[in-house]
Ligand binder design. Sequence first.
Ligand code: ATP
Length: 270
Amino acid sequence: PYVKSMEIIERPNVTFKDIGGLKEQIRELREVVELPLKNPELFEEIGIEPPKGVLLYGPPGCGKTLLAKAVAHESGATFISIVGSELVQKFIGEGARIVREVFQYARKKAPAIVFIDEIDAIAARRLDIGTSGEREVQRTLMQLLAEIDGFKPLDKVKIIAATNRIDILDPAILRPGRFDRLIEVPLPDLNGRYEIFKVHTRKMKLGRDVDLYELARLTEGATGAEIKSIVTEAGYNAIRNNRKYVIREDFIYSIKKVMSKKKIRDKNTE
Ligand code: ATP
């Protein structure tokens, strides 16, 4: 509340049912985040330490934020999120202080999950730290590492970070005791796309000619976010045509629309 740069959700309303596919990722997150938050005694008895931090990596729009929110929901944890790029671009000179305050707040609100999106913006490997901007980023990273090192594996605060640039991260953050668990969140495969279509059409009235497997086949390369927007566009098209339900043609139209926009965008970022 006193830091404008963090978003706080008492308990996110996203559940694992809202996530299409990613079963293995969900299983792993439950084991390394939810279980130690809920049953720390299991770890004490057996004598092992769960990771303090988990790093989710993979292309944008495939469910990293969704996973982090869902695991917070299932753990009954407060979800506190910050965005790496904002720390260094929007709140210039305040990065280290914000990081400190976020962790203070997390301790107060425990059990809590601190989610750091775009962590690469503060944790990229740097060859020289000449300019003052670079030094500021470096200070923010140092503060983050100090905070992580400062609590114990069984304290009721867990950190989940996300990046789509794991290749540029400073190895310092991947050291044991920090983000020592890496979970890949890849582009969905055929079955993943089918599952994501299923999630997003859950509340939709579908015509009998709609085959979600066919839609999955027609959307190779699409992210979860793109599938969501395909479903929304199809719904719009049905409304435009004064129908109360969505038919195959609506989807064919929206797939063309979203996938061709995507092609242009992918070209521009190549
Ligand atoms: P970014 O790197 O851009 O932050 P992200 O991986 O965190 O991406 P999300 O924010 O989780 O992606 O996904 C964006 C939206 O796309 C979600 O709110 C959801 O509607 C949809 N989405 C993405 N992946 C999935 C999925 N596996 N199942 C269901 N919906 C998904």
